[in-house]
Design a protein around this ligand. Sequence first.
Ligand SMILES: [Zn+2]
Length: 324
Amino acid sequence: MGLRPNLLTRRTAGVATSTLALLLSTAAVGVVPAASAFSAAPAGVCAEPADAHARVAKGGHAKLDPNHLTAKQVRDREADLAAAQRERANFRTGAVAPLATVTIPVVVHVIQENSTRAGGNIPDSLITQQISVLNQAYAGSTGGAATAFSFQLTKINRVTNTSWYPIVQGSSAERSMKTSLRTGGKNTLNMYLGELSDGLLGWATFPKRTLDKMDGVVVLNESLPGGSATNYNQGDTGTHEIGHWLNLYHTFQGGCSGSGDSVSDTPAEASPAYECPTGRDTCSTTGKDPITNFMDYTYDSCMYQFTAGQASRMLTAWNAYRAA
Ligand SMILES: [Zn+2]
């Protein structure tokens, strides 16, 4: 129940055909530093938005999700986005046009406890399949809106360090790991794979005006396509966390009231949806719950789309925060 055979077929076919193009021979794509002109936040910005957001499985510790944002945190983030857009508009006068398509360089850090699979040593093939899943999801080829984004694997960095394994959300070890390993400018996606604390599937940072060593996404290694995380092993944790990295909120952000997730074409939703509850409708406002959206908490087999509004929001945020 809830499975989407057509989706799975499309996805599997896509993985098979596009993986070849993503072998590691693409290794030396340049990592472009962010424009230094943008590295300083203007005076008067004092509220630091919450900058991490987890995905949790059903039965997981939702209260540990570091970014069930409060209404104030959302207001602060929206104000910061508007300020970043103004800043860019001034910076850009007579200069470079905002980007309409974006290829994101991806550096994958495989955190390992030892050389066994159980110790985090996942094969390269899972990583290349993850990149394929991202490219399909963000191209709209699994059924949603096409976004501006594609992903290019530039490096797999394998690190054996028992003090970083499992990766514990919010820990000093997480900070140490990212401070040691993060590479590239604001446009570079650093993805950290490992066993995670508290049964989390992943978490991510939202974009900020200042480049921060914490910037990036953390994803459960066995959630990659073909991994062992039952119901969460088609790669959509990666898709979801990168959605946050590109400034998307959960579809259930704000519940039934107010501006919700700040995207107009995702119907409001009172709370996270788990598994695949077809027909769920928790708000009296128009539209059933967006359970098939990548920014909900449903099974990977249930989620397959971003909306046009989310695609637009991500590109706006890219040009405000991450474009060089
Ligand atoms: Zn999330």
